[in-house]
Design a binder for this molecule. Structure first.
Ligand code: ATP
Ligand code: MG
Length: 405
């Protein structure tokens, strides 16, 4: 009986895992260079962690279940709420700001399509305890540098949900309006605002979302303090960060408070959002005073789809013992300890078959361990060039590491 994997999930073969680990490594290196440190939270949480403030879209998508004791649990659909739970429970009094990052799988009951899965990975950061323009700018710069380093063709859009909320002030169910804006469902937004007797706001929102400068936004809607977002943009300008002002960004999650940003990648089709973030406050849901934070989540799978990182290849060796398994393993053992991946035949195959197997796994060298081994000699064959020579066993690993022969 063939058992399929669940809908919306994926298997990853070694080539793909190698690529993903490589990308992950680059992301880790960059966030760590900014002083962020990794945290990890449970795969499942109490359902209410996500229902309190995660927004309707995500709640509908939650994989929720009861455990055997009847507790309401959920597979995490995202990591900001779990990381803030961790912060409130374990790190509330630590010196601020805290700089955390995570890389983990998330689960959403969505309609699977290209770039949209039921299990997917997010790589994200949270900068906790500061609400200055400098901290907002830092988080944006970090996301930007990651995309740059991965040679992704992307565009960065920055907005402010505080402004949208101010414009929508007094509209009841305004989070629904925010959702329409997030999804760029302009007709639905217009109808919604008409129904609420606030049809005039539609024009304002359209004009704001097409404003390409703070000055333009001020002329459309003067009744807002633009100084924070101006300062953020000023910092980015000073670093040569390329962005588009976009007051049409609403974000799907309800907890954002101020600056918000999204990054879109080219080459992905409809699901082109590869990163979303902004400033928010979530500590209130845990009954604590407000602690401001800024963060982002990168859609790791979408990034992996469009980025081609140079794979650093470690040279791989096949050790052939002419039927003497223990001699071959002894040699492989030494090479492995030097950090050289080495494979020994475990199926009692002929030399010819071992060589063709070496080919099939893209090995770079074959090391023949024969009679001469008694005199401390082995024969190395470069499988890419065909060159072959006898060398002293002690020299073997340095030959391979240097790519000689
Ligand atoms: P979308 O509008 O594409 O549904 P979202 O607003 O729900 O995205 P966030 O909750 O902000 O996404 O999550 C951050 C990132 O995670 C997104 O920018 C996207 O790249 C990625 N992401 C979200 N949902 C999925 C999914 N089902 N499969 C793969 N990646 C996803
Ligand atoms: Mg979504």
């Amino acid at each position: 009986m063939r058992i399929e994997k669940p809908r919306g999930t994926r298997d990853f073969l070694p080539d793909e895992m190698e690529k993903r680990r490589n990308i992950e490594g680059i992301m880790r290196r960059i966030v760590e260079s900014f002083g962020y440190r990794e945290v990890s939270t449970p795969t499942f949480e109490h359902l209410e962690l996500f229902t309190i403030k995660s927004g309707d879209e995500i709640i509908e998508e939650i994989y929720a279940f009861k455990d055997k004791s009847g507790r309401d649990l959920a597979l995490r659909p995202e990591l900001t709420a779990p990381v803030m739970r961790l912060f409130v429970n374990e790190c509330f009094v630590m010196p601020k700001p805290l700089r955390f990052y995570y890389f983990a799988n998330c689960f959403r009951y969505e309609r699977p399509q290209k770039g949209r899965y039921r299990e997917f990975w997010q790589f994200g950061v949270e900068l906790i305890g500061s609400d200055t323009p400098e901290s907002d700018a830092e988080v944006i710069i970090l996301a930007y540098r990651i995309m740059e380093e991965l040679s992704i063709d992307f565009s960065l859009h920055i907005g402010h949900v505080g402004l949208l909320r101010k414009v929508l002030h007094g509209v009841d169910e305004k989070e629904r309006a925010m959702r329409f804006i997030d999804k760029k469902e302009w007709r639905e937004l217009e109808n919604f605002l008409e129904r609420k007797g606030k049809g005039e706001l539609f024009e304002k929102i359209m004009e704001l979302s097409s404003s390409r400068s703070i000055e333009e936004a001020i002329s459309v809607y003067p009744d807002f303090d633009y100084s924070h977002i101006s300062k953020v943009l000023g910092i980015l300008d000073s670093l040569g960060i390329d962005f588009k002002l976009d007051f049409g960004i609403a974000r799907g999650l309800d907890y954002y408070t101020g600056m918000v940003f999204e990054i879109y990648g080219r080459g992905l089709g409809a699901q082109n959002q590869i990163c979303g973030g902004g400033s928010y406050s979530l500590t209130g849901i845990f009954g604590k005073e407000d602690v401001p934070a800024t963060g982002f989540a990168i859609g790791f799978d979408r990034v992996a789809e469009i980025c081609n990182v140079d794979q650093e290849k470690t040279r791989k060796v096949v050790v052939i013992g002419f039927g003497d398994y223990s001699k071959a393993t002894k040699v492989a053992d030494v090479l492995r300890r030097e950090g050289i991946p080495s494979v020994v035949d475990v199926m009692g195959r002929s030399v010819k078959k071992q060589l063709s197997f070496a080919n099939s796994i893209n090995a770079d060298y074959a090391v023949f361990v024969g009679e001469e081994f008694k005199k401390g000699l082995v024969t190395v064959k470069n499988l890419n060039t065909g060159n072959q020579r006898e060398i002293r066993f002690e020299e073997l690993s340095s030959y391979i590491i240097n790519g000689e022969i």
